[in-house]
Design a protein around this ligand. Structure first.
Ligand code: SF4
Ligand code: FES
Length: 244
C-alpha cells in the first residue's frame, strides 16, 4: 500500500519581512520511484503554489536543488522518497543567502570563492590557436577531472561546522578547487603563492577534520584526499621541500 508522506517545509520570504518564518505541513501519497524534486513539484502544483525551491537539470548536474532533508544536505532531484521515513522535514541550506523558502543563492558564494582562490589557469604563456593541444598523462587528466566533477551544489559547505560559524571559510569546495589547480601543470603558480591564498584559518588550516563534507558530497568528489593533499603541499613548502 502506498505511504502517505508528511512534509514539514520551512517557509519565509525575505521580500515580506513582516511575515515571520514558519513551518508548513503538506501530505502527499507516495508514488513509485518518486524523487523529492517530483514531490515538491506536486506539492506546489496541488497544494502550495507559492512554495519556492530551485531546480534546473533534474539530473544531479546543475547543483541548484540542494536542501536540508531531515537535517542532512542533499540534492532533491536525486533523493528518492522511498529512502526517507514518512515524516520529512525540509529546510534551506544554511550558510548561503536566502532567496525564499527552500531556495538559496549559492552562486554569489561560489563566485566569491573562485575570485578569492583565482579559480582559473594562471600563466604568462601566450595562447597559440594553431598549436596542437598539449598532451597530458591519463592519470593526471583523471585527477583533474575528479576535482572538476564538483557541481557547486553547496552540500559540503552547508554541512560543514566551520563554514557554519565563520563566513570567510573557503570550505571543502574551495580547497578542492585549489587542489585542482595545484596538480595542473599548465598553472604556473608556486606553492608559496598558494600559501598566500589558503595557508590560513580561512583556508586549509580552518578545517577541524569532521569531514561531513566528504560524506555529504553527492558527486563523491574525494574531498578528504583533496584536503590532505593541499595541507601536505603547504606543509612541505613551509619546510622547504617543495620549490614549485
Ligand atoms: Fe557539491 Fe561536492 Fe562540489 Fe561540495 S564538492 S559543492 S558537495 S559537488
Ligand atoms: Fe540540477 Fe538537482 S536539479 S542538481
Amino acid at each position: 500500500m502506498a505511504r502517505t508522506l508528511t512534509f514539514k517545509i520551512f517557509r519565509y520570504n525575505p521580500g515580506e519581512p513582516g511575515v515571520k518564518p514558519r513551518m508548513d505541513e503538506f501530505r502527499l501519497t507516495e508514488i513509485p520511484m518518486m524523487t523529492l524534486f517530483v514531490a515538491l513539484n506536486k506539492i506546489r502544483e496541488e497544494q502550495g503554489p507559492s512554495l519556492m525551491f530551485d531546480f534546473v537539470c533534474r539530473a544531479a548536474i546543475c547543483g541548484s536543488c540542494g536542501m536540508m532533508v531531515n537535517g542532512e544536505p542533499k540534492l532533491a532531484c536525486r533523493t528518492l522518497t522511498q529512502d526517507l521515513p514518512e515524516a520529512v522535514t525540509l529546510m534551506p541550506l544554511p550558510v548561503f543567502k536566502m532567496v525564499g523558502d527552500l531556495a538559496v543563492d549559492t552562486g554569489t558564494w561560489f563566485r566569491m570563492m573562485n575570485e578569492r582562490i583565482g579559480g582559473w589557469i594562471h600563466t604568462d604563456k601566450m595562447f597559440d590557436l594553431q598549436a596542437e593541444e598539449a598532451r597530458m598523462p591519463n592519470k593526471l587528466a583523471i585527477k583533474i577531472y575528479d576535482a572538476d566533477r564538483c557541481i557547486e551544489c553547496g552540500c559540503c559547505i552547508a554541512g560543514c561546522a566551520t563554514a557554519n560559524i565563520r563566513e570567510d571559510f573557503l570550505g571543502a569546495a574551495g580547497l578542492n578547487r585549489v587542489a585542482r589547480f595545484m596538480v595542473d601543470p599548465r598553472d604556473d603558480r608556486s606553492t608559496a603563492q598558494y600559501f598566500e591564498v589558503v595557508g590560513t584559518d580561512e583556508g586549509a588550516f580552518g578545517c577541524v577534520g569532521l569531514m561531513a563534507c566528504h560524506d555529504n558530497c553527492p558527486q563523491q568528489v574525494p574531498l578528504l584526499d583533496q584536503l590532505a593533499f593541499v595541507r601536505r603541499k603547504l606543509a612541505f613548502a613551509g619546510l622547504g621541500f617543495d620549490k614549485k
